[in-house]
Design a protein. Sequence first.
Length: 204
Amino acid sequence: MTEQNPTPENEEPTTGTESGEHGSTQEPGAAEAPGFGASEDAPEVETDAQAEEISDEELAVLSGQVSADEILADLQRVNAEYANYRKRTEANRGIEKERTVGAVLTSLLPVLDDLDRAAKHGDLTEGSAFALLAEKLRGTVEKMGLTSFAAAGEVFDPNRHDAIFQQPSADVTVETVADVVETGYLIGETLLRPAKVVVQVPAE
């Protein structure tokens, strides 16, 4: 009769469940298959609405919030503002140019005064080298925009004339330039230097 080894009283047989919890093994190098619910970064797919860029103005027009007349009025306003900006810029550029040229011409005024004195004393003989030089210089400054004013017999203008002496006279009814001591000059419409003159005033 075959004897059976008794199972120890304190030892419990291991079950498949326990072996699955504590003794489960996996072959080396075996990769874990990704689960069905694994989260992976999926590329974003652009919809037609995202791909097509629509400006706020176009969107407002499409939704009926802005009319074509309002857009036309805005365009006209922007166009007018740009035209005004160009005008201001051109005007400022002209003022700066006139100011720069005026600074150069101001430095030449003493030379022109010497030529006027020489002409009064008869030193600018026609055809002489001195006269030709004076003519060339005057032509050059005139091309740069310089103009002279003040002559005997014209009405005295306090905005353009500087009276250095007054002579009462019965021959005039208004203040009149009797003699020009120093010629006045303009550059464009800007007064570069007033003329120094002797003025005849009506006698009382």
